[in-house]
Design a protein around this ligand. Structure first.
Ligand code: NAD
Length: 510
């Protein structure tokens, strides 16, 4: 009785009111508008009230970032990186709390949100190490008594726009390399997951990050995201989200000659050959397709299997999918949490309807759960389609829900063709015991990532991450490559000959 009463009271307690972070101060939005951050497993649970900001807040945040840039860029890189080392230790202590906050605001199960926080911690350590490298190079000049070198310089104020599915890891991939390089930032997190970005930045502040180096403006894409992209003092844009919005952002950035990194959608496939270890494959398909309720850019949305294994694999996947427990991610026994919001679960419903109309067969799942304990959340059953043809929409378009389409292929070559046939090119996988076939797949799958005998998900912080075609525009996050984006290469020549020397014209014969 007592615990029930407490639970009831906690639901009714006034939610915490959060503010934007501008120039090191927590300030109210000038718009005076707010929005509620609710738990997608039970929308009666309000996590907090966040600003619904507008362009005037962006203006103030960019001004603060511009001011901070003048001093931050002069702090030696190893000292900038020390802040990250300290923040990593703070985050380790708070990992459990931050994971719970994240599950509450975006729904994925605790084991996965612990992983999301851990990814930010790994990124903190990895990026902090770079503070003592940030290598340029020296090379001989073609002229005597002249030195030549290439060094890295920061870009300036960087604008960042992030999605909700990795609400701490993705902001960490952007903010951390940016500040190690000496840039300052204005970030707009997704409306559905403001708290996790705030938690990351809070750790950096407590670790000694100077005022104005990172500024957070909460709000919508239109009211906050677009003004960030269009602000002339924002010199680089990093975006992760849908290909549709990425195209808009890339176009706006191009108009102002801004470097722009776009990480976008995916329609990832696991190829399964006749000689695959089936039980291992089943584990991989379940994790790839239903982890994060299918809402990962790298989620396994297609399984392309050759004839001999197709049916057996489908049956085993369906049998295991049936046993997955669906519910609030805060319950440790739950395997699959809710979808992020009403619109996302409706998209899944729509695509399942399209799949049925196209003639594919639902082997398991196919229903929204909206009764009993599910009625205040956005739950959808793990769903397996069989008899899917490669040209069907459910085989070509990103669904971003717990739905996997099983396609049959005649050969490795056809499976690779099918995998490559979508507009996206993020993650791919192959299950086989034949090393020759595995290498052919690694060579011929046109995507940013290929896994062998592992599912399409599971990026590590120290390797480059990104995709081709409608998934990316040539940049990578994570790994060393990300420093190319957050720094400009500057070449310096020092002529100590004391006379005019003309490159390409003055020759010195030996
Ligand atoms: P989304 O494109 O709807 O939103 C992403 C961000 O862009 C949000 O912060 C949103 O507010 C903002 N935004 C929306 N419209 C805008 C506009 N007109 N101007 C400026 N900003 C705007 O995507 P989402 O629903 O948050 O995330 C899901 C998508 O993200 C999926 O397509 C998924 O594949 C993709 N994703 C890609 C990666 C990757 O690294 N490739 C990682 C995670 C998610």
């Amino acid at each position: 009785m007592v615990s029930l009463l407490r639970k009831d009271l906690s639901v009714r307690m006034a939610p915490k009111v959060y503010k934007n972070l501008i120039g090191g101060e927590w300030v109210e939005t000038r718009s005076k508008r707010t929005h509620e951050n609710t738990n997608p497993a039970d929308t009666r649970d309000v996590i907090g009230v966040f600003p619904h900001s507008d362009a005037s807040d962006v203006e103030a945040a960019v001004a603060a970032a511009k001011k901070a840039f003048e001093s931050w860029r002069l702090v030696p890189a190893p000292k900038r990186a020390d802040v990250l080392f300290r923040a990593a230790r703070i985050m380790e202590e708070r990992k459990e709390q931050y994971a719970k906050d994240m599950t509450r605001e975006m729904g994925k199960v605790l084991k996965e949100t612990r992983g999301d926080v851990q990814e930010a911690i790994d990124t903190l350590y990895f990026m902090a190490g770079e503070g003592r490298r940030l290598y340029g190079f020296t090379t001989p000049s073609e002229l005597p008594n002249k030195a030549a070198m290439a060094v890295r310089m920061p870009v300036g104020v960087c604008g960042m726009i992030t999605p909700w599915n990795f609400p701490m890891a993705i902001p960490s991939w952007k903010l951390l390399p940016a500040i190690v390089c000496g840039n300052t930032c204005v970030i707009k997190p997704a409306e559905d997951t403001p708290l996790s970005t705030l938690n990351l930045v809070q750790s950096l502040i407590e670790a000694g990050l100077p005022k104005g180096v990172i500024n957070i403006v909460f709000g919508s894409g239109k009211d906050v995201g677009t003004p960030i992209v269009q602000h002339p003092d924002v010199r680089a844009i990093s975006f992760t989200g849908s290909s549709e919005v990425g195209r808009l952002i890339g176009t706006m950035a191009a108009e102002q000659y801004k470097p722009c990194s776009l990480e976008m959608g995916g329609k990832n496939a696991i190829i399964v050959l006749d000689d695959a270890n089936i039980d291992l494959t089943v584990d991989g398909v379940l994790w790839g397709a239903f982890g994060t309720t299918g809402q990962r850019c790298t989620a396994t949305s297609r399984v392309i299997a050759t004839k001999k294994v197709y049916e057996q694999l489908a049956d085993k996947v369906a049998a295991r999918a049936k046993k997955l427990k669906i519910g609030s991610g805060l319950d440790e026994s739950v395997d699959v949490g809710p979808q992020i919001n009403r619109s996302q679960v409706e998209t899944t419903e729509t695509y399942v309807g399209i799949g049925k109309k196209e003639g594919a067969k639902v082997l398991i799942g196919g229903n929204r759960l909206a009764a009993g304990g599910y009625k205040h959340g956005f739950f959808y059953e793990p769903t397996v389609f069989v008899g899917v043809k490669n040209n069907m929409r459910i085989a070509q378009e990103e669904i971003f829900g717990p739905v996997v389409s099983m396609i049959q292929a005649d050969s490795l070559e056809q499976a690779i063709d099918y995998s490559n046939s979508v507009v996206y090119g993020l993650s791919t996988a192959i299950y086989t015991k034949d090393i020759n076939k595995a290498y052919r797949a690694m060579r011929d799958l046109y995507a940013g990532i290929t896994y062998v005998n592992a599912p399409t998900i599971g990026a590590e912080a120290h390797l480059p991450f990104g995709g081709v075609k409608a998934t990316g525009n040539g940049h990578r996050e994570g790994g060393w490559e990300v420093y190319e984006f957050y720094s400009e290469t500057k070449v310096c020549y020092v002529d100590y000959s004391g006379r005019l020397q003309r490159a390409q014209m003055d020759t010195y014969d030996v």
